[in-house]
Design a protein around this ligand. Structure first.
Ligand SMILES: *Cc1c(COP(=O)(O)O)cnc(C)c1O
Length: 360
């Protein structure tokens, strides 16, 4: 079976975890600090704050900007549900803007029409490893005085004009096992804003600026040193992992026929968290079944757009048409692209896809 994702854990990660266990310092400590410093350097930012997951990184970052009830945050409907749920956790309302069909990311041309006096932030998602159009999004945010919180949970090491994901606004990353790098579970916030960084640290730890003095409400969203040790070992391998993903994607792009392959617009470094094709003519699910029968794992990310999820329609009253996001839920299919793929596996994927599509 050629799996859709495969975490690559080596001796470095195992040794690093054992060292932490032997040290007796298990909770948030020196490894977390070292991981934060290395992650900030990776992104080219001044501050990084580790959290327990990508979801808590998003939640904390939003709270750090003071976002709450009565506020609106503009985001993508075509993403993992955590992008929008984190806005709900603060009491604010996610406002969905349709995507650009060529990139699967927020269409900046549609953002201004969604801005109201309640809008406080834009939360672009860098989906599948490709950054959103941050030049255009940053220009709109500057014009209206809005915060920018990047959901970079799928884009560790991605860049636009050489500037990394997480370095444009305040960035949020997931370190879940299937992501481009992992700490088992974990998250990271990146920012150049010292005030936001301090707010994040306080919210992560029970609203505590001084030990056992609580002037505001916070959470326990800390990362452990055990997880940080894994993350730090993985961070040193990220460039190599991403290079392998990019090479695999290049091979697939050059050889697949009859499907829409992912594009990398000029100026972008796409790190291919997912290699996502479009399958025309309603044949997506049939192709996925065919590949599965041939021992090739696939993923449908995502089968339902967030504005059409039952919780959003029934409980929150969302009732909106976003045609490109909805079309993407019908056509998008992710193929294996992870760094552990062999040349033989890539050739099997190409032969299976092309064989199916040719029998049109
Ligand atoms: C994985 C992911 C998250 C959530 O991260 P967790 O670590 O699973 O909490 C949020 N947004 C996107 C786009 C993701 O892919």
């Amino acid at each position: 079976m050629i799996s859709i994702a495969k975490p690559l854990i080596g001796d470095e990660e195992k040794r690093a975890v054992l060292e932490v266990l032997d040290s007796g310092m298990l909770a948030q400590g020196p490894r977390v600090k070292a991981f934060e410093e290395a992650f900030a350097a990776l992104c080219g930012v001044q501050h990084a704050i580790a959290t327990s997951s990508g979801t808590t990184a998003l939640h904390v970052a939003l709270l750090a900007y003071g976002i709450g009830p009565g506020d609106e945050v503009i985001t993508s409907p075509f993403t993992f549900v955590a992008s929008a749920n984190s806005v709900l956790f603060t009491g604010a309302r996610p406002v969905f803007v349709d995507i650009d069909p060529t990139t699967f990311n927020l269409d900046p041309a549609l953002i201004e029409a969604a801005i109201t006096p309640r809008t406080k932030a834009i939360l672009p998602v860098h989906l599948f490893g490709l950054m959103a159009d941050m030049d255009a999004i940053q220009a709109i945010a500057d014009k209206y005085g809005l915060a920018v919180i990047e959901d970079a949970c799928q884009s560790h090491g991605a860049a636009l004009h050489g500037k990394r994901a997480g370095a444009w606004g305040t960035g949020t990353f997931s370190l879940y096992p299937t992501k481009n790098m992992t700490s088992a579970e974990g998250g990271m916030i990146t920012t150049n804003d010292a005030r936001i960084a301090e707010n994040c640290q306080v919210i992560r730890q029970h609203g505590m600026r001084r030990r056992y003095y609580h002037d505001e409400l916070g959470f326990n969203f800390r990362m452990t040193d055990v997880h940080a040790a894994i993350g730090l070992a993985q961070l040193h391998k990220l460039e190599q992992f991403n290079a392998a993903r990019i090479a695999n994607a290049r091979y697939l792009n050059a050889n697949l026929r009859g499907v829409g392959v992912p594009i990398t617009p000029e100026g972008y470094t796409h790190v291919f968290h997912q290699y996502t094709i479009r399958v025309p003519d309603g044949r997506r699910d049939a192709l996925a079944e065919h590949l599965e029968a041939n021992g090739i794992g696939t993923g449908v990310y995502y089968p339902v757009a967030i504005h059409q999820q039952t919780y959003y329609t029934r409980q929150l009253g969302y009732n909106q048409r976003l045609p490109e996001a909805e079309r993407a839920t019908q056509e998008a299919l992710s193929l294996p692209v992870h760094p552990a793929l062999t040349q033989a596996a890539l050739e099997t994927i190409v032969a299976s896809v092309n064989g199916f599509m040719e029998r049109a």
